[in-house]
Design a protein around this ligand. Structure first.
Ligand code: GLN
Length: 538
């Protein structure tokens, strides 16, 4: 069988959940026994989202091979349970970078370099790249942005050309739109969808299926109307109604026959019905919790839901694993102080101090660590959260009053967190952190070793600073244990305090590897500890 390509475009508005729809279809096809991956093409000019403030674009998701990518790749991995890579996220910046580099090398032999064909050819080359590995039966490609945006035009043109070049049965196009409900008129409105599809068709791309985001069910008449005016068969207009959980969406899409439409269009033979047993079990546990806890998530980007996407999702997975509803209370680190920390964190069954960069909100994070440490509240620090746990311990337990990370206080006399050697000469910001998966060796008998149940793990990183090894003995003598290190470099990856009921900090980001079907062990143990704390309070 040839590799098949499914393109997903969006119209009417952004934030409709194109990534979730793409991931849901991919999940259903995978559950039918096909080898599937998803890639995202983003029309912005940044080479990758690594240099973007989370307020701009939400979390930056890190892949196993160290690519800083769009947060939709997190959804892809969580739904499919397979790793994505550098090749799965392409931006306009990357496309132009390649073309301009080639131009400087003289590769175009005196030709005028143009959007068509040079930029579009490079887009097409990248769209087909993963298909050429032979590892996949189906490649879904999500095009970021909405149809009609000036910057997404070359991507839509590339889809048009591929629709023309590939055999009909190897290519499918799905368009996701919004059907707004006008409360005053008590009516669902199809006009924006009609316009969006018209615009797509003016670019020469014909959708095979239209997925309609809606708050209210679409009547058969409405589906017919959309089908007629958008030039697709009536059965090819499907609804994506607001779901109680994003993980319910694959089942909803199956009910709407989205996967069946795909296997028919792509002429996939001998397909089976999707096998979703484990997925459904997860949903059952999610829906029927026996416990309930509240976790305080202390960070500085809390105004934006998407800024800590993978952490939020990992807590959902960990909750289901423990049959527990996890309420996440986001707490702005800038608003926390030593004076108000008890009040701000009152009622929390666990405290998670989030990753981050820069000075803003640091005193609040340190106050939150101290509150958790002194009151025996389950604590989990991730990356900057771990670093601040180290700083707090140094100040209070080692008596180094000015202990700090040199990221915030370059002149500190106790740089307990310091720049990694190779970072000292780095001046370029993009793509130069310690990125991607690194091995971590666990010390037998520690909390970390018990949690993972194995001596060697691999987790993903994204940071420049690290635990300063010069202070290792001082910390260990005062009761903070280094329970995980990198076997090649000796870098400290996990710290914990054994005298505390549950206190752990990781230099890596375990949230990136958590999935519904395989919850991340530290998150699961953290929620379990929060349940114990909650029960004790009663
Ligand atoms: N700012 C810290 C560093 O660069 C932590 C980064 C993070 O939390 N991802 O080391």
């Amino acid at each position: 069988m040839n590799t098949k390509y499914v393109f997903v475009t969006g119209g009417v508005a952004s934030s409709l959940g194109k990534g979730i729809i793409a991931a849901s279809l991919a999940k259903l096809l995978q559950a039918r026994g096909l080898r599937v991956t998803i890639q995202k093409f983003d029309p912005y000019i940044n080479i990758d989202p690594g240099t973007l403030n989370p307020y701009e674009h939400g979390e930056c998701y890190v892949t196993e091979d160290g690519a800083e990518t769009d947060l939709d790749l997190g959804h892809y991995e969580r739904f499919l349970g397979v790793h994505t890579s550098k090749a799965n996220n392409v931006t306009t910046g990357k496309i132009y970078n390649t073309v301009i580099t080639k131009e400087r090398e003289g590769a175009y032999l005196g030709k005028t370099v143009q959007i068509v064909p040079h930029i579009t050819d490079e887009i097409k080359r990248r769209m087909l790249l993963l298909g050429r590995t032979g590892d996949y039966d189906i490649i879904l490609t999500e095009i970021g942005g909405t149809v009609g945006d000036m910057e997404s035009q070359p991507f839509i043109e590339a889809v048009r050309q591929l629709q023309w070049e590939l055999p009909d049965e190897d290519c499918m196009s799905i368009h996701l739109t919004l059907i707004p409900y006008l409360r005053a008129a008590r009516e669902l409105k199809t006009k924006p969808t009609q316009h969006s599809v018209q615009m797509l068709q003016q670019s020469g791309v014909k959708p095979d299926v239209i997925v309609c985001r809606t708050e209210q069910p679409l009547t058969p008449e409405l589906r017919r109307k959309i089908a007629l005016f958008c030039n697709v068969k009536p059965g090819h207009v499907i609804q994506s109604i607001d779901a109680w959980s994003i993980y319910q969406v694959p089942l909803n899409m199956h009910e709407e026959h989205l996967d069946e439409l795909a296997v028919r269009k792509l002429q996939i033979e001998n397909f089976t019905q999707p096998e979703l047993g484990k997925w459904k079990e997860f949903l059952e546990r999610l829906k029927n919790p026996k416990h309930e806890v509240t976790i305080g998530l202390v960070g500085k980007y809390v105004e934006l839901q998407d800024a800590y996407k993978s952490i939020q999702e990992a807590l959902v997975h960990a909750g289901a694993a423990n049959e527990c509803k996890v309420n996440v209370k986001t707490i702005h680190s800038e608003q926390v102080s030593e004076a108000n920390v008890a009040e701000m964190l009152a009622g929390m069954d666990g405290i998670l101090v989030a990753p981050g960069f820069g000075e803003r909100g640091i005193p609040g994070k340190i106050a939150a660590v101290r509150h958790a440490r002194e009151n025996g509240i389950p604590f989990f620090g991730i990356c900057l959260g771990m670093q601040m746990a180290v700083v707090e311990f140094a100040r209070d337990m080692l008596g180094y009053a000015d202990a700090a990370s040199t990221e915030m206080q370059p002149a500190t006399t106790h740089p307990v967190i310091d720049l990694m050697e190779e970072q000292k000469t780095t001046t370029i910001k993009g793509g130069t952190m310690r990125l991607g998966a690194y091995a971590c060796k666990l010390v037998p008998g520690t909390l970390a070793a018990r949690i993972y149940g194995q001596p060697d793990v691999k987790e993903r990183h994204r940071h420049r600073y690290e635990f300063n090894d010069a202070y290792r003995t001082a910390f260990e003598e005062a009761g903070m244990v280094i329970s995980g290190t990198n076997p090649d470099t000796g870098l400290v990856e996990i710290v914990e305090i054994p005298s505390h009921p549950f206190f752990i900090g990781t230099q890596f980001h375990p949230e990136f590897k958590s999935t519904p079907e395989q919850p991340q062990p530290i998150f699961a143990a953290f929620v379990k500890a929060a349940i114990d704390t909650h029960l004790q309070k009663k």
